[in-house]
Each structure stands twice: as structure tokens, then as C-alpha cells.
Design a protein. Structure first.
Length: 242
């Protein structure tokens, strides 16, 4: 008997509200034993294969060079400014909660926030980590960390954060920009992978990486929940630190 069936008798006494239906479905969904993550360091970070040859060639050479890398790459540091860092009230509460397992979301708002981005090999997760250090005025530096990991077949990109949480990303080119868009969120525990129900996530994440010339690039991130609207937004410009 699964967890979803245990709550069925109580719900049958009266009409089941929509939120209860979603909750029961999420409990009854069987977890997968496929971790989706390759053995540590065993899969090359082949973004060109994910994007496709035509789309990859439409990207600027600088964008291609930033992502034509693999585990074991040299460390790179970028610096710049987030012109806008904002979140909704729900997003703020979620960001504070997420600080319990590694701060995957910026927990504060601000404008013109200095940022340092450190890109380096993450042997523990078998991918490439992007550490974004936010220097909010009057606060200690906040580090937001995520690791890009390819699945065992090399056909899917995962964005992994602390606590076993992460999301599956679709990677594509559009208007000569590199796009990362979430398709689902998951939680990995004891060798199992559970897909999280959409209503329990911050929403669809969409990151756009565009080249500005002279070594500069733009990072724009939006998270939009189906029912609650925009939960997070960030927009900034960066270049490699000399």
C-alpha cells in the first residue's frame, strides 16, 4: 500500500479540494531508482551536443568557449554586477527555507549588487560548479552554489544543489543566445530519484546567457510559478576577472 492510498478514506468523506488531489498524487508517485547522474567525472560536458550543431554555430565564439568544457577544467572567475535581484514574498520565504541545505537561491533583494562567479570542477557531484557570491550592502557575502551535471547517457543536463535537490534542464539556442529552461525538479535520496510536483517548486526556471562583446556577457534568470507568478528574477552583466 502506498502513501497516497492511506489518506484516501479521510478524503472520501467530502469533496476533495484541488490541493489535496495534487498532494495525494505526489505521494503515490513511485520513485525511480535511476539517479540520472553519471558516475563521478565520467561524462564529458558536451553542450554542443545538447544544443545541436546548427544552433551551436549560431552562438558567438565567446559563448561557445565558456561552455565547451568538461569536468577537470581549469578554474575561472567572472565578476560583474546584478542590476536587479528581486523575489516575490513566496520566493523570499522559499529562499530562506532553502538556506538549510546550501543556499541555492539568493535570499535577499537589491539593485546594482556586486557579484563574483567562480567556476570550478566539482568532483563530488561529477560536474562543474558555479559559485555566485553576492555582496549585498551591509551583509556578509552570500554564496549561491549549483553544479551542472550531465546524465549518464549525456543527453540531459541537470542543475544540482544541496540536499539532493535539482532540476532537469533543456538547453537550446534562440536569437544567438544560450537558453537553459527547467523541465522538472527532483529530489535524490538513498539512490532514489523522486520527481517533485510542479506546485511544490519555485516554478519554471529560465536562464538566458547572451554575449555583449568585448568579453562581457549578460545573465538573465526568471523563475515563474504556474499559479503564483514570478518568484525570482535576476539580471546582470559579467566578464572574466583579470
Amino acid at each position: 500500500m502506498d502513501a497516497g492510498s492511506l489518506i484516501q478514506p479521510a478524503l472520501e468523506r467530502k469533496a476533495r479540494p484541488a490541493w489535496a488531489t495534487r498532494f495525494a498524487r505526489s505521494l503515490s508517485r513511485k520513485p525511480s531508482r535511476q539517479s540520472g547522474v553519471a558516475p563521478l567525472g565520467s561524462v564529458k560536458q558536451d553542450f554542443a551536443a545538447l544544443v545541436g550543431p546548427k544552433g551551436w554555430l549560431r552562438l558567438s565564439p565567446l559563448i561557445r568557449s565558456r561552455f565547451a568544457c568538461s569536468a577537470g577544467m581549469k578554474d575561472i572567475t567572472y565578476e560583474g554586477t546584478m542590476q536587479s535581484v528581486r523575489c516575490s514574498r513566496t520566493g523570499y520565504l522559499l529562499a530562506q527555507l532553502c538556506r538549510l541545505f546550501g543556499t541555492p537561491l539568493a535570499p535577499f533583494e537589491g539593485r546594482d549588487i556586486p557579484i563574483e562567479v567562480q567556476v570550478h570542477d566539482d568532483p563530488e557531484k561529477g560536474g562543474v560548479a558555479w559559485d555566485r557570491i553576492y555582496f549585498f550592502p551591509g551583509r556578509k557575502p552570500i554564496t549561491v552554489t549549483s553544479t551542472k551535471v550531465f546524465t549518464g547517457d549525456g543527453k540531459m543536463l541537470l542543475e544540482c544543489v544541496g540536499g539532493g535537490f535539482g532540476m532537469r534542464l533543456k538547453v537550446f539556442e534562440q536569437d544567438r543566445k544560450l537558453h537553459f529552461k527547467s523541465e522538472s525538479y527532483f529530489w535524490r535520496f538513498a539512490g532514489l530519484t523522486v520527481r517533485l510536483p510542479d506546485w511544490l517548486t519555485p516554478g519554471v526556471a529560465h536562464v538566458v546567457h547572451s554575449d555583449l562583446g568585448s568579453g562581457w556577457f549578460r545573465f538573465e534568470m526568471t523563475m515563474r510559478h504556474r499559479h503564483l507568478g514570478e518568484s525570482f528574477y535576476q539580471d546582470g552583466t559579467f566578464k572574466e576577472k583579470e
